[in-house]
Design a protein around this ligand. Structure first.
Ligand code: ZN
Length: 244
């Protein structure tokens, strides 16, 4: 018998132990400073150089925190390294699953990535660090070096649609997995959140690890409210030892 396919679906709560602020959370930036939402809203971003200047400063601030993978990211990567088929579907843009050792091709980033910058005109991609270097050197709103177009983070902003290919891949693994673990997500942002329901419908064991209630709790086989940094490593150990 082959080992079961495990999908780890991660939201902002996965990365708060790594010091990445949860912008949407109760103490999040979006609540404290509603205007801040404009920094990641496509129409405002494209229309206003001042929004872009502030947006790059926000990226620089997060990068300066030098976030590292935490115990939960490391546990997911260790499970994969141990021979269990694992796929990560994430709402996070921080790349911490890959930094922890998950192979890039096994991580589906629904909301894109903040590790890359993309040109809105010619679509060329470049590393975030390169653009932040230009910002630090005095360019408040660096233009594309290839075509002069407006650059933006490789994240999916409000007002942009998810990459249909990434979403399709996420759907496929949600339908085909035997265990679906939703971690640190309120499961309220669609269509991402619906993956939990799709997995359960297709017979996966649904485990939800989140401090607060989610709309999918009634479907869950197991609910874990303990802190993610300790609860997820314990859960994955247990899965590895006893199987499903
Ligand atoms: Zn360009």
């Amino acid at each position: 018998m082959g080992k079961p396919l495990v999908v780890v679906f991660s939201g902002a709560g996965m990365s708060t132990d790594s010091g990445i602020p949860d912008y949407r959370g109760p103490q999040g930036l979006w609540r404290r400073e509603p205007d801040a939402e404009k920094l990641v809203t496509y129409a405002y971003y494209m229309a206003d150089p001042e929004i872009r200047r502030r947006s790059w400063l926000m990226r620089a601030e997060i990068a300066a925190l030098e976030p590292r993978p935490n115990a939960a990211h490391l546990a997911v990567a260790a499970l994969e390294r141990g021979g269990t088929p694992v796929r990560v579907v994430t709402q996070n843009v921080d790349g911490l699953h890959q930094l922890a050792g998950m192979p890039d091709r096994k991580v589906f980033e629904l909301h894109g990535t903040a590790r890359a910058v993309v040109c809105t005109r010619c679509h060329v991609r470049s590393p975030m660090a390169e653009t932040l270097g230009r910002v630090a050197a005095g360019e408040p709103d660096p233009a594309c070096l290839t075509c002069g177009g407006i650059l933006k983070a490789g994240t999916v902003m409000f007002g942009e649609r998810l990459d249909p290919e990434v979403l399709a891949q996420a759907m496929t693994v949600a339908k085909g997995c035997q265990v679906f673990i939703a971690v640190g997500s309120t499961l309220q942002v669609q269509p991402a959140a619906s993956l939990a329901g799709i997995a359960a419908e297709h017979g996966a064991r649904l485990i939800i690890v989140n401090a607060e209630e989610t709309p999918y709790d009634p479907l869950a086989d197991e609910l874990i409210r303990e802190p993610i940094g300790s609860a997820l490593p314990e859960l994955l150990d247990r899965l590895q030892d006893v199987g499903v």
